[in-house]
Design a protein around this ligand. Structure first.
Ligand SMILES: N[C@@H](CCC(=O)N[C@@H](CS)C(=O)NCC(=O)O)C(=O)O
Length: 230
């Protein structure tokens, strides 16, 4: 079996998509975490956009861009997670292409600098959720995007839906409950072991700490971690 190394920033959602796929395929891999503010030269040499994720295969081939990585993994490592039907595959790919737009509606809430900007960002959530709700209704029974079968679409959305849940914990947004299929999907993804690269509570604390340091509107609702007892 090939050796896979996943170059990562610890809380990067795009890295998480590829980590999820490797876990879904029961493929052993090693994380190599680097710091966003201190990207080493060896990394800059293999990452054309200077971004993570990069997957190194057998220390010789480097792949970048999470969707391209995940398509490659699906073509080369069993079990195949793309549906067999080409029409359904095209629909799945189309919904994966919507992820960056969807993700920006979630990060818009996280990073809004002022209360006014935050309210504007929150106001955009129902439309984004409604699109997913309608897509899920067309797909059938759930709990995953293609029903009982887990697919690349699930891996693509899970990190961003997880971050919405984190934001909802910081300062209740209360939108997810209005979209029952989407809520069931989120619950299924959050319960799926492959979603998690770190113990869930530890990861949520890491996410909150990043957001607290960022100084966005939501930062004020996050308590600073307590200093270790002397
Ligand atoms: N479209 C890329 C997005 C990757 C991405 O934006 N990664 C962020 C970290 S979460 C990054 O490396 N940012 C560094 C930068 O933009 O310089 C993918 O799907 O892999």
């Amino acid at each position: 079996m090939a050796k896979y190394t996943l170059i990562s920033f610890k809380t990067c959602p795009w890295v998480q998509r590829s980590a999820i796929l490797l876990r879904e395929k029961n493929t052993p891999f090693e994380f190599r975490h680097i710091e966003p503010d201190n990207r080493p030269d060896w990394f800059l040499a293999i990452s054309p956009h200077k971004k993570v994720p990069v997957v190194r295969i057998d220390d010789s081939v480097s792949l970048f861009e999470s969707s391209a990585i995940n398509e490659f993994l699906d073509e080369t490592v069993e079990p195949r997670l793309h549906p067999a039907d080409p029409v359904q595959r095209a629909i799945n790919r189309a919904w994966t292409d919507y992820v960056p737009t969807f993700a920006s509606s979630v990060t818009g809430c996280a990073y809004a600098a002022t209360e006014e900007d935050y309210k504007k960002a929150i106001a955009k959530i129902p439309e984004a959720f409604d699109r997913l709700e309608k897509a899920l209704e067309k797909q059938g029974s759930g709990p995953f995007f293609n029903g009982a079968s887990y697919s690349l679409v699930d891996a693509a959305y899970a990190p961003f839906l997880q971050r919405y849940v984190f934001l909802d914990h910081i300062h209740a947004i209360g939108q997810l409950e209005k979209f029952p299929r989407l809520k069931a999907w989120v619950d299924a993804l959050m319960a799926r072991p492959s979603t998690h690269s770190f113990p869930p509570a530890e990861f949520e604390a890491m996410y909150r700490e990043n957001l607290r340091k960022r100084g966005s509107y939501l930062s004020q609702f996050i308590e600073a971690p307590r200093a270790a007892a002397e």
